[in-house]
Design a protein around this ligand. Structure first.
Ligand SMILES: Cc1cc2nc3c(=O)[nH]c(=O)nc-3n(C[C@H](O)[C@H](O)[C@H](O)COP(=O)(O)OP(=O)(O)OC[C@H]3O[C@@H](n4cnc5c(N)ncnc54)[C@H](O)[C@@H]3O)c2cc1C
Length: 477
C-alpha cells in the first residue's frame, strides 16, 4: 500500500512508483468567468468524475466547452473510494493515470466476502492484472476527483473553453412546447443562491447533465419536460461512510477490500476498504454501509446507527474495532441512483437520460451498479458515449431528439446487460440461506469466486454472467 492523505489529516509518507506529492490539496486555477450570454458548443453541469470526463472528452474532440461546478476543488465526495478496473481505461485515455500512479493509492489485490452465517471467502485478483495495473484502486475521492477535474480544467482551457468553480446552476433553460421542447443552456450564480452575485446565462446546442443524483438537468429532462419520474426509491440506495484507523486485520501491505453480507444489514451490505496509510504509518480504512431506500423505509433503518451497532456490538467485527479510532468529521451519508431496469419504465431504461439539447451521464443518468454500488466506471463510460453522439457542425442549431434517442439506446445496449444481471445478484443476496450456500460453494469452486470478484471489482461483466441460466450453471455444476 502506498502513502496517502485524506480529509482532516496532513500529507503522508513515501509513495511507491512516483514522487510523493500533495498536489491535490492546492487550488485549481480555472481562469476568468465568461461574460453573461456567452455561447459554447457544450455546457457540462457538474465536475465530478462524470462531468470531468465529459468535459475532457468533448474538449479533446475540439469542442468549445463550458464546465460548471458548484464546489471549489479540492472537495470531498462521500464514497467507498474504490475506483474499479472499468474506470482505469478511461482514466488512462484522458491522461489522468500517470497522475493517479504518481500519488498515494492502494492497488486492490484481493476481495474478502462473508455471508450471514460468517462464512468467508478470499478472492485474489490475478497477479498479471495487478502487474499490468488493470486492477482497481482504492484512494480517497478527495484525491481522485481532484485529478480528474484538474485534467478536464487543463483540456477545456487549452481548447478555448471556460471552467467556473463555485458556480451553482439554478435553472436549466428550455424553449418550445411539447414535441419541440429543447434545452438551450443554463443559468446560475457564482457563489450560489445566497451570494449577491447577478445570475449568468450561458447557451449551447448541447448541455450535459453530470450533477449527480440531484442534477438539475436530469430533473428537467425527466420531470419537467416529460412528466416521467426522476426518483424511484426501489432503485435508489442510501449509503453512509466513515474513515477509521487501527482496525484489526488491516495491517501490513496487500490488504484486501472486504464486503460483508451481515444478517442484520441484509438487504444491504457493509464494507471495509483500505485506502492508504496516514502520517503514522497506520492503515486508513473507508468503512461504510448501504441499503436500497425502499428497504430502509420499510425497516425504519438508520444507516449511521446500524454501522455503529456493527462496529460496537457485532460479535466478530466489534473485536476488530476494539482499538480502532474514527477519523473526526469523516461520517457522511449520500444517495446512489441505481441503474437497475425499472419494471414499467415510461420510455427508456433505466430512465430517460436525454432529450433535444441535453444528455445526462453518471449518477444524473441513474447508472450506479445495483449490486456493487460502483458508479464511477459507468459515469466515465456514459460520458464517452455522450460525447460520441455530438457533432458540433451538424448540431450547431441544437442537439436533436434523434441523437438523444440514439444515445439512450447505445447507453442501455452497452450497460443494460450487466446492470440487469447486477439486479439479479442484488436480489439473490437478500436471501440469506442462498448467500450462505453460494459462499460455501464459492469456497470450493474457483469459477464462482471469479464471478463474485468480477461483480464487485468493477470490471466489465463477462459474457457468461449475462444470463440467469449461466449464473445457475456456474453455481450448480
Ligand atoms: C457512500 C457511497 C459509497 C460509494 N462507493 C463507491 C465506490 O466504492 N466505487 C464507485 O465506483 N462508486 C461508488 N459510489 C458511487 C459514486 O460515488 C458515484 O456513482 C459517482 O460519484 C458518480 O459520479 P458523477 O460524476 O456522476 O456524480 P458526482 O460524483 O456526484 O458529481 C456531481 C458533481 O456535480 C456538482 N453539482 C451538483 N449540482 C450542481 C449544480 N446545480 N451546479 C453545478 N454543479 C453541481 C457536485 O458538486 C459534484 O461535484 C458510492 C456512493 C456513495 C454515496
Amino acid at each position: 500500500m502506498n502513502g496517502r492523505t485524506i480529509e482532516g489529516q496532513s500529507a503522508s509518507v513515501d509513495c511507491k512508483g512516483g514522487t510523493m506529492s500533495d498536489s491535490w490539496t492546492k487550488p485549481i486555477n480555472s481562469g476568468d468567468v465568461p461574460n453573461d450570454g456567452s455561447t459554447f458548443d457544450v455546457i457540462v453541469v457538474g465536475g465530478g468524475p462524470g462531468g470531468a470526463a465529459a468535459a475532457a472528452y468533448a474538449a479533446m474532440e475540439g469542442n468549445h466547452v463550458l464546465l460548471l461546478e458548484k464546489a471549489v476543488y479540492p472537495r470531498d465526495k462521500t464514497c467507498g473510494d474504490a475506483v474499479g478496473g472499468k474506470s482505469l481505461k478511461h482514466v488512462e485515455e484522458l491522461g489522468v493515470k500517470p497522475l493517479v500512479e504518481s500519488t498515494p493509492h492502494n492497488r486492490v489485490t484481493g476481495i474478502v466476502f462473508s455471508s450471514a452465517n460468517g462464512q468467508e471467502i478470499h478472492c485474489s485478483l490475478p497477479e498479471e492484472e495487478i502487474e499490468n495495473k488493470e486492477a482497481g484502486y482504492a484512494l480517497p475521492r478527495l484525491q481522485f476527483d481532484y485529478m480528474m477535474f484538474s485534467r478536464a480544467n487543463e483540456l477545456v482551457l487549452e481548447n478555448g473553453g471556460s471552467v467556473i468553480q463555485d458556480f451553482t446552476v439554478t435553472n436549466v433553460n428550455v424553449v418550445g412546447d411539447g414535441e419541440s421542447q429543447k434545452i438551450v443552456g443554463v443559468t446560475g450564480i457564482v457563489g450560489g443562491k445566497r451570494s449577491k452575485n447577478e445570475p449568468l446565462t450561458f447557451t449551447a446546442p448541447l448541455t450535459i447533465g453530470a450533477g449527480g443524483y440531484i442534477c438539475p438537468v436530469a430533473k428537467t429532462v425527466t420531470e419537467t419536460c416529460h412528466n416521467e419520474p426522476m426518483r424511484d426509491d426501489l432503485h435508489y440506495c442510501g449509503a453512509y461512510r466513515e474513515y477509521w484507523v487501527d482496525v484489526g486485520g488491516c495491517e501490513g501491505s496487500k490488504i484486501p477490500i472486504e464486503i460483508h453480507f451481515i444478517k442484520e444489514v441484509i438487504p444491504g451490505y457493509w464494507w471495509i476498504f483500505p485506502v492508504g496509510v496516514n502520517d503514522e504509518g497506520k492503515t486508513v480504512v473507508n468503512v461504510g454501509i448501504g441499503m436500497v431506500i425502499n428497504e430502509m423505509n420499510k425497516r425504519s433503518v438508520k444507516l449511521k446507527k446500524l454501522q455503529k451497532w456493527v462496529i460496537e456490538e457485532h460479535p466478530v467485527f466489534s473485536e476488530r474495532f476494539k482499538n480502532a479510532t474514527m477519523v473526526k468529521g469523516s461520517g457522511k451519508g449520500h444517495q446512489l441512483p441505481f441503474g437497475s431496469p425499472r419494471k414499467n419504465a415510461p420510455s427508456f431504461q433505466p430512465r430517460r437520460s436525454a432529450m433535444a439539447g441535453a444528455i445526462c451521464v453518471g449518477d444524473a443518468a441513474s447508472l450506479v451498479d445495483p449490486f456493487s454500488g460502483e458508479g464511477i466506471g459507468n459515469a466515465l463510460v456514459s460520458s464517452k458515449i455522450a460525447v460520441s453522439h455530438f457533432d458540433k457542425d451538424a448540431h450547431s442549431n441544437g442537439f436533436p431528439t434523434s441523437a438523444a434517442d440514439a444515445y439512450m439506446q447505445e447507453l442501455w445496449g452497452t450497460l443494460g446487460p450487466e446492470l440487469t444481471n447486477s439486479l439479479k445478484m442484488q436480489k439473490m443476496v437478500r436471501k440469506t440461506w442462498l448467500m450462505n450456500w453460494v459462499l460455501k460453494k464459492a469456497n470450493k469452486k474457483q469459477a464462482i469466486k471469479d464471478m463474485l470478484e468480477q461483480s464487485l471489482s468493477s470490471k466489465e461483466a463477462q459474457e457468461e454472467m449475462k444470463s440467469t441460466w449461466n449464473l445457475l450453471k456456474l453455481l450448480l455444476f
